[in-house]
Design a protein around this ligand. Structure first.
Ligand code: QAP
Ligand code: CO
Length: 167
């Protein structure tokens, strides 16, 4: 496993479309492990491959790991080619992003979704998620399509964050 540097906005790679993974190989599993290590080290709850500069449809997600110190069981998802097949309801969530440190954006998302993906062994899985899990899945799948929460911000808010970054 390895810690990987996270691409920070406005890195152009973050706005690119990621490609489907054709085959789940040991290299893909290694990449997923490095992504998970990078996510935990950065205290994130989700990370998509474009955030480490890899344009492949890979996501790691763990919305529980910080619940209780040390004792919390890790419930990590390693997702390959995740696809939303059903969306229900609406929910507003103030979201952050490891690629835009210190930035928060209120987003409107589906409250409940169903996602199909492959797990790290290449097995097809279906995840039903509500609230935070649904929001996190939508946020990470957006990354695979080059979409960022800052794209929804006003120009003033975007520029303010960019200026703050330069200091
Ligand atoms: C995406 O985000 C997400 O600004 C994952 O200074 C966000 O892990 C899913 C982070 C909200 C669901 C709801 C952000 C860490 C982590 C920061 C993250 C920061 C340090 C963000
Ligand atoms: Co993000």
């Amino acid at each position: 496993m390895a810690l990987l540097p996270i691409k920070i906005y406005p890195s152009p790679i973050l706005h690119q479309q990621s490609k489907e993974v054709a085959k789940v190989t040991p290299e893909i599993r290694k990449l997923l492990d490095s992504m998970a290590e990078t996510m935990y080290a950065s205290r994130g709850i989700g990370l998509a491959a474009p955030q480490i500069g890899v344009l492949q449809r890979l996501v790691v997600l763990d919305i529980h790991w910080s619940d209780e110190e040390g004792t919390a069981e890790k419930r990590i998802y390693h997702l390959i080619n995740p696809k939303i097949i059903k969306r229900t309801g609406k929910i507003e969530w103030e979201e952050g992003c490891l690629s835009i440190p210190g930035f928060l954006q209120k987003m409107e998302r589906a409250q409940k979704i169903v996602v199909e993906a492959l797990d790290r062994n290449g097995k097809a899985i279906t995840i039903e998620g509500e609230d935070l899990l649904a929001v996190a899945l939508q946020h990470e799948i957006d990354h695979l399509d080059g979409k960022l929460i800052i794209d929804k911000a006003t120009r003033i808010k975007k520029n303010l964050w960019l200026e703050q970054q330069q200091k």
